[in-house]
Design a protein around this ligand. Sequence first.
Ligand code: AHN
Ligand code: ZN
Length: 329
Amino acid sequence: MKYLIGLAIIGPILLLSACKSDKPADKAPADAPAAEVSAPRFDRDSAYFFVEKQVSFGPRVPNTAAHTACKDWYVERLRAYGAEVIEQSFRPTAYDGTVLQSVNIIARYNPAAPQRIVLAAHWDSRPFADSPINTERTKDPVLGADDGASGVGVLLEVARQLQAQPLQNIGIDLVFFDAEDYGDMGGNNDKSWGLGAQHWSRNLHVPANQFKYGILLDMVGAKGARFAREQVSMRFAPQVMDKVWKLAQGLGYGNYFVDEDGGAVTDDHYFVNNIAGIPMIDIINRPTTTQTGFGDYWHTHNDDMDVIDPRTLRAVGQVLLELIYKEDQ
Ligand code: AHN
Ligand code: ZN
């Protein structure tokens, strides 16, 4: 029925335009270029509010009331924005022996679509302010406005836009990983990080081959952020990196998505690539001028709303929306 209505409307237009066009008039509507579907506008203030709301619960450290309350808020919001939501609970033992009551949140859009993209961020915040440059309250948990909440804030705004302009072809799964940031700062203990990503990668909610690729957001909200090309991403998914950076630069966000290589980071995407075999890139802020290689606020009590700039959230969010609706054509 939809098709018939389409023909009834488009038919006469095609006939009319055929009169003054030199294009063959026998072209079926199905072969015609897809109608211009533009991506929705990413609302930076909405994303900023989502970051602020997460921070308002307090540090999102597993086994705390704030962690549970924030998790419940995600589930309520995502259901309100029309997603099919899965709470994937698990109980990893952290490097220090603590058993972490953890939950990955999975929000599915166009769930029946066999071709999918996974967009991810971690939602927990670090239990210790143990940056090597921090000397204040180093055993206390951090708010993680940028380190955690920024990526989820962008994805919640993407969720809101996905409800407003439903997908026709591609499926999107948003995954909020828990227990990313309970890792061992001490030494060579990479597997102590990304516990939620490790669990999801071994317990995928759909087969890995449904995912064309994945994009991880980590620390995507700071003023003047610099997303250099991360090297685990370049090794596992260079074509995705190329696509995203070109798109971002074409949109005028080349000041964030710089044409430079950055170092490798053992982030959630490292485990998704190595365990699940899904090519996933990481968009992560890597300043050149700091001692840690991350923002100076990283794993300190300065990682609060003062570091967040709505313009950075928008740059990342608009790139994602443009990509999603291009993939949906
Ligand atoms: C380290 O490099 C220690 N961790 C990278 C993953 C991470 C921690 N992202 C945010 N916090
Ligand atoms: Zn961290």
